[in-house]
Write a protein of this length. Structure first.
Length: 266
C-alpha cells in the first residue's frame, strides 16, 4: 500500500482511507503530500476490492491550503518528489482533484481547518462530513492571490452563486453550520467523529453493487452540464447495461432470498 511521509494510506474493509499527515503545519500541502495523494487516487481506482475512498486529515485539521513559505520561495518539504512533478507537470492538479475524478465515491471527513486549498480539494469530493468546529473558506483574495484550484468554476455549480461569490470575494471564514446551510457540506457531527461518520457512509456504499455505484457517479457528473434531453439519453446509455450484469441478477436473488447480496463486479 502506498503513501509518503505526509500522506498515509490505510484499508478499512472495502474503503481506502487517505489521510493528510502533516499536523504540525495543519496539513498544509507539500510535494510529498501531493505525490502521495495522486498515487492514492490511482491505487483506489486500480484495486477492484476498493469500493469507496475516505479523505481526511490527521491531528484535528483537514488542510490549511498551500504551504505559503514554499510559495514565497523558501523551499518545500519533500524535495525528492520534484522529479515526479517534472515528469508530470499536471500531477499537483490531479492530486487536488482539479484534473482527476476517481471513479470510486470519495467521502471527505473534515475536522478543524479546511481552508484555501483545503476548500478547493473539498469541491472535488462527492460526500462531505464536518466536525462542528470545522472552518471553511477561500482566503486567497485576502492575500492578493487567486483560488486557481477550480473554485471560480466549481463553487457556483455546487452552492448558490450568491454564496459562492461571497465566499470567493470576501475571503472570510465559514463555520461548519454555515457551510452546511449553503450546501457545501452534507453532515455536521460532533468534533472528533467526522471520520466515524464518513466510514459509516462508506460502509453503506460498500454494501451496494460496485458497478452500479460507479455508473451512477459517472452519470451524475457526465450529465451535469447537458440539457435534460441529452442527459436522459446519456443516462439510458450508461444505465441499461447495468441491468444485464451478474451483479444485478445477484441483487434480485438476494432480495428474494432475504440475504445480503454478494457482488463480484461482473
Amino acid at each position: 500500500m502506498g503513501g509518503t511521509e505526509h500522506l498515509t494510506v490505510q484499508r478499512e474493509g472495502a474503503t481506502l482511507v487517505l489521510t493528510l499527515n502533516r499536523p504540525e503545519a495543519k496539513n498544509a500541502l507539500s510535494l510529498a503530500m501531493l505525490v502521495g495523494l495522486y498515487d492514492g487516487w490511482l491505487e483506489a481506482d486500480a484495486d477492484d476490492s476498493v469500493r469507496s475512498i475516505v479523505f481526511t486529515g490527521a491531528g484535528g485539521s483537514f488542510c490549511a491550503g498551500m504551504d505559503l513559505k514554499a510559495l514565497a520561495g523558501r523551499g518545500m518539504e519533500g524535495e525528492q518528489y520534484r522529479d515526479r512533478l517534472k515528469a508530470d507537470p499536471d500531477l499537483h492538479w490531479k492530486a487536488m482533484l482539479r484534473h482527476h475524478r476517481p471513479r470510486k465515491p470519495v467521502i471527505a471527513a473534515v475536522e478543524g481547518y479546511c481552508v484555501a486549498g483545503g476548500t478547493e480539494m473539498l469541491q472535488g469530493t462527492d460526500i462531505r462530513v464536518a466536525g462542528e468546529s470545522a472552518t471553511f473558506g477561500l482566503f486567497e483574495v485576502k492575500r492578493g492571490l487567486f483560488p486557481i484550484g477550480g473554485s471560480t468554476v466549481r463553487l457556483q455549480r455546487q452552492i448558490p452563486r450568491t454564496h459562492a461569490l461571497e465566499m470567493l470575494l470576501t475571503g472570510r471564514p465559514y463555520s461548519a453550520r454555515e457551510a452546511a446551510g449553503i450546501g457545501l457540506v452534507g453532515h455536521v457531527v460532533p468534533d472528533g467523529t467526522a471520520l466515524t461518520k464518513a466510514l459509516e457512509i462508506a460502509e453503506r456504499i460498500n454494501a451496494c453493487g460496485p458497478l452500479a455505484v460507479e455508473a451512477v457517479k459517472a452519470s451524475v457528473y457526465d450529465t451535469a452540464e447537458m440539457t435534460e434531453t441529452d442527459g436522459l439519453a446519456a443516462e439510458l446509455e450508461r444505465g441499461w447495461p447495468i441491468f444485464d450484469t451478474s451483479d444485478a441478477k445477484e441483487g434480485a436473488r438476494a432480495f428474494a432470498e432475504k440475504r445480503p447480496p454478494v457482488y463480484k463486479r461482473a
